[in-house]
Ligand binder design. Structure first.
Ligand SMILES: Cc1cc2nc3c(=O)[nH]c(=O)nc-3n(C[C@H](O)[C@H](O)[C@H](O)COP(=O)(O)OP(=O)(O)OC[C@H]3O[C@@H](n4cnc5c(N)ncnc54)[C@H](O)[C@@H]3O)c2cc1C
Length: 391
């Protein structure tokens, strides 16, 4: 997709390219030191370390096109690993609903990537139906702290995180969305136990977290007691927009085309085969359509609004596209995709494709499963009413 860039935008694009080139990781050097320096240098550029933060919290105040340029440029090179839990998901909640003291206490460390966070939302009986969560938080008699008991499940990087933001139940009265309270606590608090879950791709990214009599001071509660659902919902929209991974898919599609071109078929390559080409073309068209949706959403968010239900469209279509790219990569690998891990046969890229494909099944589950996104789109984007036959 070609976006018409103004002279100023081209200057900005060049500045971004220069920054990325000047801050490349040098093989053999300390990765963590590079990572922290990268964010510090990005900050010195005027808030480039927190592109989506509002100006009053130190963000860069970019136009939609500048955000678009940043996304596209950073998707094409190696940039430091950065989990979204702190800077993208929790920070807007603290900015919107935290006290000035909480903002001062938590935002600087999130920004410096000095403290890492995990998201304690899901439970064994509460995933899509998150509001059914049961992890209990009881206020102590003197009102100084909550005592938290329950189990959180599928918690990404809980084994590395310093802190968790957690949804807890402080009351069973009223609708299930009421009585939910948003708490923050360190992962090394007494009573926090983290156990690994090995997923289909054979990796340890997620965990079950057992919480037994964990003491959380009241000053670690965000907003009002019982109003956590409102804060949690806003956060999910930021999460969904991020999970769409549109810029990464644009780069991944280019890589896929190169790979298909490198696979020999008769006198030509796999890319010359009509059946394969058609699938690639369909994928590319869907991706272009999604890029326009992303631009519309960027325009909205840079005018000051939080991402709305269109984040569900991006999550749904973006994650499907990521999975289609992985599927076509497996097809391009042919029988060599079947051999898991390192082997000397077939194209070099074939060694990783099956693992990536299996691990990628999760894209349409986490951050709200595809079926749930379809419900949100039907209700909040298309304005459809529930069928009289639906219970
Ligand atoms: C790898 C991974 C990482 C994760 N990371 C985190 C994390 O860091 N923090 C966190 O809190 N959670 C995390 N999750 C949890 C994730 O958000 C949930 O798995 C997800 O919301 C689905 O919930 P569930 O697993 O309980 O499935 P269920 O909700 O039980 O769903 C099972 C099936 O039923 C379908 N379904 C459910 N409701 C409806 C409906 N209303 N209409 C139609 N179909 C429906 C679903 O689409 C799905 O196919 C992660 C999950 C995975 C797998």
């Amino acid at each position: 997709m070609e976006v018409q860039l103004t002279k100023e935008d081209v200057l900005f694009q060049n500045e971004v390219r220069q920054f990325l080139e000047g801050n490349k990781y040098q093989d053999g050097t300390d990765y963590e030191a590079w990572r922290l320096a990268w964010f510090e240098n990005a900050r010195a550029k005027g808030g480039w370390d927190v592109p989506k933060w509002p100006v009053q919290f130190g963000g860069p105040g970019w136009s939609p096109t500048q955000h678009y340029i940043w996304e596209r440029e950073t998707a094409q090179v190696e940039i430091p690993g950065d989990f979204p839990f702190g800077p993208v998901m929790l920070a807007p909640v603290i900015m919107g609903y935290g006290t000035p003291e909480q903002q001062e206490r938590f935002l600087p460390d999130i920004r410096a990537r000095a403290v890492s966070w995990c998201q304690g939302y899901s439970e064994p009986g509460a995933g899509s139906d998150l509001a059914s969560l049961k992890t209990k938080a009881e206020l102590s008699e003197d009102g100084s702290h909550y005592v938290v008991n329950g189990t959180k499940m599928w918690i990404t990087v809980a084994h590395h995180a310093d802190w968790m933001f957690c949804l807890t139940r402080t009351s069973d009265a009223g609708r299930k969305q009421e009585g939910i309270t948003f708490l923050l606590f360190p992962m090394d608090s007494e009573g926090v136990e983290v156990k690994p879950i090995i997923t289909l791709g054979g990796v340890h990214d997620v965990n079950t977290v057992y919480l037994t009599d964990v003491k959380v001071p009241v000053e670690n509660r965000i907003g009002e007691e019982g109003k956590g659902w409102t804060y949690a919902k806003g956060l999910l929209q930021h999460e969904r927009t991020g999970l769409a991974g549109i810029s990464r898919s644009v780069t991944a599609l280019d890589v896929l085309k190169d790979r298909a071109r490198s696979v020999k078929r008769g006198n030509g390559s796999l890319l010359d085969e009509a059946a394969y080409r058609n699938k690639l073309a369909e994928l590319e068209i869907d991706l272009m359509a999604l890029e326009y949706t992303e631009l519309r959403s960027l325009a909205k968010s840079s005018a000051g609004s939080a991402p709305g239900p269109e984040s569900s469209i991006m999550k749904l279509k973006g994650t499907e596209i990521q999975q289609r790219i992985q599927k076509l990569t497996v097809e391009a690998s042919g029988p060599f995709a079947g051999a898991w891990g390192k082997h000397d046969h077939g194209p070099a890229f074939a060694t990783q494709t099956t693992q990536a494909y299996l691990s990628g099944r999760v894209y349409t589950i986490y951050g709200g499963a595809s079926e749930v996104q379809k419900d949100v789109i039907a209700k909040n984007v298309l304005g459809l009413k529930k069928s009289s036959r639906a219970k």
